[in-house]
Design a protein around this ligand. Structure first.
Ligand SMILES: [Mg+2]
Length: 252
Protein backbone atom coordinates (compact mmCIF):
# COMPACT_ATOMS: atom_id res chain seq x y z
CA UNK A 1 0.00 0.00 0.00
CA UNK A 2 1.34 3.37 -0.93
CA UNK A 3 1.88 5.61 2.05
CA UNK A 4 0.54 9.15 2.01
CA UNK A 5 1.32 10.12 5.57
CA UNK A 6 4.58 9.91 7.45
CA UNK A 7 3.75 10.28 11.11
CA UNK A 8 6.36 10.69 13.81
CA UNK A 9 6.79 10.65 17.52
CA UNK A 10 9.16 13.54 18.37
CA UNK A 11 11.57 12.95 21.28
CA UNK A 12 14.16 10.29 20.41
CA UNK A 13 12.50 9.79 17.03
CA UNK A 14 13.15 13.10 15.24
CA UNK A 15 15.55 14.70 17.70
CA UNK A 16 17.34 14.35 20.99
CA UNK A 17 14.77 14.89 23.73
CA UNK A 18 13.56 18.51 23.90
CA UNK A 19 16.24 19.65 21.43
CA UNK A 20 15.78 21.20 17.99
CA UNK A 21 16.08 18.72 15.12
CA UNK A 22 19.51 18.60 13.50
CA UNK A 23 19.97 20.12 10.00
CA UNK A 24 20.18 16.63 8.46
CA UNK A 25 16.71 15.78 9.75
CA UNK A 26 15.36 19.22 8.77
CA UNK A 27 16.55 18.67 5.21
CA UNK A 28 14.98 15.20 5.02
CA UNK A 29 11.64 16.46 6.33
CA UNK A 30 11.70 19.36 3.86
CA UNK A 31 12.29 16.96 0.95
CA UNK A 32 9.65 14.52 2.13
CA UNK A 33 7.11 17.33 2.58
CA UNK A 34 7.07 17.77 -1.21
CA UNK A 35 5.41 14.35 -1.58
CA UNK A 36 4.03 13.31 1.78
CA UNK A 37 1.93 14.68 4.55
CA UNK A 38 4.17 14.99 7.60
CA UNK A 39 2.32 14.52 10.85
CA UNK A 40 4.26 14.67 14.11
CA UNK A 41 2.27 13.47 17.12
CA UNK A 42 3.67 13.83 20.61
CA UNK A 43 2.75 14.59 24.18
CA UNK A 44 4.53 17.94 23.89
CA UNK A 45 2.85 21.30 23.78
CA UNK A 46 2.44 23.42 20.63
CA UNK A 47 5.37 25.79 21.38
CA UNK A 48 7.72 22.82 21.48
CA UNK A 49 6.55 21.62 18.05
CA UNK A 50 7.62 25.01 16.70
CA UNK A 51 10.89 25.20 18.65
CA UNK A 52 11.94 21.62 17.98
CA UNK A 53 10.71 21.10 14.42
CA UNK A 54 9.03 23.87 12.46
CA UNK A 55 11.42 26.76 13.21
CA UNK A 56 14.36 24.68 11.98
CA UNK A 57 12.98 23.74 8.57
CA UNK A 58 14.52 25.21 5.41
CA UNK A 59 12.54 27.63 3.22
CA UNK A 60 11.87 24.96 0.61
CA UNK A 61 9.64 23.08 3.08
CA UNK A 62 6.01 22.70 2.09
CA UNK A 63 4.48 23.74 5.41
CA UNK A 64 0.95 23.13 4.07
CA UNK A 65 1.84 19.44 4.25
CA UNK A 66 2.74 19.63 7.94
CA UNK A 67 -0.02 18.72 10.39
CA UNK A 68 0.78 19.01 14.08
CA UNK A 69 -0.89 16.67 16.55
CA UNK A 70 -0.06 18.28 19.87
CA UNK A 71 -0.47 16.74 23.34
CA UNK A 72 -1.00 13.22 21.90
CA UNK A 73 -3.31 14.61 19.23
CA UNK A 74 -5.78 16.15 21.66
CA UNK A 75 -4.87 19.44 19.91
CA UNK A 76 -4.46 19.82 16.16
CA UNK A 77 -2.75 22.64 14.24
CA UNK A 78 -2.63 23.12 10.46
CA UNK A 79 -0.87 25.67 8.25
CA UNK A 80 -3.28 27.63 6.09
CA UNK A 81 -2.92 30.97 4.34
CA UNK A 82 0.61 31.45 5.64
CA UNK A 83 -0.12 30.90 9.34
CA UNK A 84 -0.73 28.16 11.88
CA UNK A 85 -4.29 27.62 13.07
CA UNK A 86 -5.62 25.53 15.90
CA UNK A 87 -8.29 23.24 14.44
CA UNK A 88 -9.34 21.54 17.67
CA UNK A 89 -8.43 21.30 21.36
CA UNK A 90 -9.90 18.77 23.77
CA UNK A 91 -8.96 20.78 26.86
CA UNK A 92 -9.19 19.36 30.39
CA UNK A 93 -11.46 21.08 32.87
CA UNK A 94 -9.71 22.65 35.87
CA UNK A 95 -11.12 19.88 38.04
CA UNK A 96 -9.67 17.17 35.79
CA UNK A 97 -6.29 18.91 35.61
CA UNK A 98 -6.17 19.27 39.41
CA UNK A 99 -7.07 15.63 39.98
CA UNK A 100 -4.32 14.39 37.62
CA UNK A 101 -1.67 16.80 38.94
CA UNK A 102 -2.58 15.97 42.53
CA UNK A 103 -2.28 12.23 41.96
CA UNK A 104 1.09 12.53 40.21
CA UNK A 105 2.51 14.74 42.94
CA UNK A 106 1.21 12.56 45.77
CA UNK A 107 2.53 9.37 44.14
CA UNK A 108 5.92 10.88 43.29
CA UNK A 109 6.34 12.39 46.77
CA UNK A 110 5.49 9.12 48.44
CA UNK A 111 8.07 7.25 46.33
CA UNK A 112 10.71 9.95 46.80
CA UNK A 113 10.62 11.22 43.21
CA UNK A 114 9.38 14.75 43.79
CA UNK A 115 12.36 17.06 44.24
CA UNK A 116 11.80 20.72 43.35
CA UNK A 117 15.31 21.64 44.51
CA UNK A 118 16.82 20.28 41.26
CA UNK A 119 14.63 22.45 39.00
CA UNK A 120 16.02 25.24 36.82
CA UNK A 121 14.57 28.71 37.60
CA UNK A 122 10.98 28.97 36.39
CA UNK A 123 10.76 25.25 35.68
CA UNK A 124 8.11 22.93 37.08
CA UNK A 125 7.59 19.20 37.55
CA UNK A 126 3.92 19.01 36.60
CA UNK A 127 3.06 20.92 33.47
CA UNK A 128 -0.51 21.59 32.41
CA UNK A 129 -0.59 21.17 28.62
CA UNK A 130 -4.31 22.07 28.47
CA UNK A 131 -5.52 18.70 27.21
CA UNK A 132 -2.94 16.64 29.10
CA UNK A 133 -0.70 16.82 32.18
CA UNK A 134 2.99 15.97 31.92
CA UNK A 135 5.07 15.04 34.96
CA UNK A 136 8.79 15.55 34.27
CA UNK A 137 10.82 14.19 37.17
CA UNK A 138 13.70 16.69 37.06
CA UNK A 139 11.86 19.41 35.15
CA UNK A 140 11.29 20.28 31.49
CA UNK A 141 14.56 22.21 31.21
CA UNK A 142 16.98 19.62 32.58
CA UNK A 143 19.83 18.56 30.28
CA UNK A 144 19.49 15.59 27.95
CA UNK A 145 22.18 13.55 29.71
CA UNK A 146 20.70 14.10 33.15
CA UNK A 147 17.30 13.12 31.79
CA UNK A 148 18.54 9.99 30.06
CA UNK A 149 20.35 8.89 33.22
CA UNK A 150 17.36 9.38 35.50
CA UNK A 151 15.21 6.37 34.62
CA UNK A 152 16.65 4.49 31.63
CA UNK A 153 14.70 1.29 32.30
CA UNK A 154 11.45 3.13 33.23
CA UNK A 155 11.30 1.43 36.67
CA UNK A 156 10.76 4.67 38.59
CA UNK A 157 8.11 5.96 36.23
CA UNK A 158 6.23 2.67 36.07
CA UNK A 159 5.99 2.77 39.88
CA UNK A 160 4.83 6.39 39.98
CA UNK A 161 2.31 5.82 37.18
CA UNK A 162 0.89 2.79 38.93
CA UNK A 163 0.49 4.61 42.24
CA UNK A 164 -0.95 7.75 40.59
CA UNK A 165 -3.57 5.53 38.96
CA UNK A 166 -4.56 4.31 42.44
CA UNK A 167 -4.99 7.91 43.61
CA UNK A 168 -6.89 9.00 40.50
CA UNK A 169 -8.43 5.87 39.00
CA UNK A 170 -10.58 7.89 36.62
CA UNK A 171 -7.49 8.87 34.58
CA UNK A 172 -4.73 7.21 32.61
CA UNK A 173 -1.01 7.51 33.27
CA UNK A 174 1.51 6.58 30.59
CA UNK A 175 5.31 6.60 30.52
CA UNK A 176 6.81 8.83 27.79
CA UNK A 177 10.02 10.61 26.78
CA UNK A 178 12.90 10.15 29.24
CA UNK A 179 11.59 11.43 32.59
CA UNK A 180 7.95 11.95 31.74
CA UNK A 181 4.58 10.51 32.71
CA UNK A 182 1.55 11.73 30.79
CA UNK A 183 -1.76 11.94 32.67
CA UNK A 184 -4.96 12.27 30.67
CA UNK A 185 -8.60 11.37 30.24
CA UNK A 186 -8.95 7.64 29.41
CA UNK A 187 -8.62 6.96 25.73
CA UNK A 188 -6.92 10.26 24.93
CA UNK A 189 -3.64 8.61 24.02
CA UNK A 190 -2.00 8.41 20.60
CA UNK A 191 -4.79 6.15 19.34
CA UNK A 192 -7.20 9.03 19.92
CA UNK A 193 -4.78 11.33 18.10
CA UNK A 194 -4.33 8.95 15.18
CA UNK A 195 -8.08 8.44 14.80
CA UNK A 196 -8.54 12.21 14.59
CA UNK A 197 -5.63 12.46 12.18
CA UNK A 198 -7.29 9.94 9.83
CA UNK A 199 -10.60 11.75 10.10
CA UNK A 200 -9.16 15.25 9.55
CA UNK A 201 -6.89 14.22 6.70
CA UNK A 202 -9.28 11.75 5.11
CA UNK A 203 -6.90 8.80 5.05
CA UNK A 204 -7.03 5.14 6.11
CA UNK A 205 -4.61 3.46 8.51
CA UNK A 206 -2.95 1.61 5.60
CA UNK A 207 -1.82 4.94 4.17
CA UNK A 208 0.15 5.86 7.29
CA UNK A 209 3.72 4.94 8.15
CA UNK A 210 4.55 5.71 11.78
CA UNK A 211 7.93 6.12 13.50
CA UNK A 212 8.37 5.89 17.27
CA UNK A 213 10.85 4.85 19.95
CA UNK A 214 8.44 3.77 22.72
CA UNK A 215 6.53 1.06 20.91
CA UNK A 216 6.76 -1.49 23.72
CA UNK A 217 3.74 -2.24 25.91
CA UNK A 218 3.09 0.69 28.27
CA UNK A 219 5.06 3.08 26.06
CA UNK A 220 3.35 6.10 24.54
CA UNK A 221 3.77 4.83 20.96
CA UNK A 222 2.27 1.45 21.76
CA UNK A 223 -1.36 2.46 21.07
CA UNK A 224 -0.40 3.23 17.46
CA UNK A 225 1.10 -0.24 17.02
CA UNK A 226 -2.00 -1.81 18.53
CA UNK A 227 -4.20 -0.02 16.00
CA UNK A 228 -2.47 -1.95 13.25
CA UNK A 229 -0.71 1.08 11.78
CA UNK A 230 2.56 0.09 10.13
CA UNK A 231 5.22 1.21 12.61
CA UNK A 232 8.97 1.49 12.47
CA UNK A 233 10.58 1.26 15.88
CA UNK A 234 13.70 3.40 16.16
CA UNK A 235 16.23 3.86 18.94
CA UNK A 236 17.10 7.45 18.08
CA UNK A 237 16.76 10.14 15.39
CA UNK A 238 19.73 8.76 13.44
CA UNK A 239 17.84 5.52 12.83
CA UNK A 240 14.82 7.48 11.65
CA UNK A 241 17.05 9.51 9.34
CA UNK A 242 18.51 6.32 7.85
CA UNK A 243 15.05 4.95 7.05
CA UNK A 244 13.94 8.29 5.57
CA UNK A 245 17.06 8.37 3.39
CA UNK A 246 16.20 4.92 2.11
CA UNK A 247 12.62 6.02 1.43
CA UNK A 248 13.82 8.96 -0.66
CA UNK A 249 16.40 6.80 -2.41
CA UNK A 250 13.82 4.17 -3.38
CA UNK A 251 11.69 6.83 -4.99
CA UNK A 252 14.47 8.57 -6.85
MG1 LIG B 1 9.67 9.31 22.02
Amino acid sequence: MTKKILSFDIDNTLNEPKMPIFPEMAKLLAELSQKYIIAPISGQKYDQFLIQIINNLPETTKLENFHLFVAQGTQYYAYKGGAWHQIFNFALTQEQADAIMGALEKAARELGYWDESVLAPGDEINENRESMIAYSAIGQKAGVEAKQAWDPDMTKRNKIAKLAKEYAPAYEFEVAGTTTINGFVPGQNKEFGMNHLMEELGVTRDEILYFGDMTQEGGNDYPVVQMGIETITVRDWQETAAVLQALLYMEA
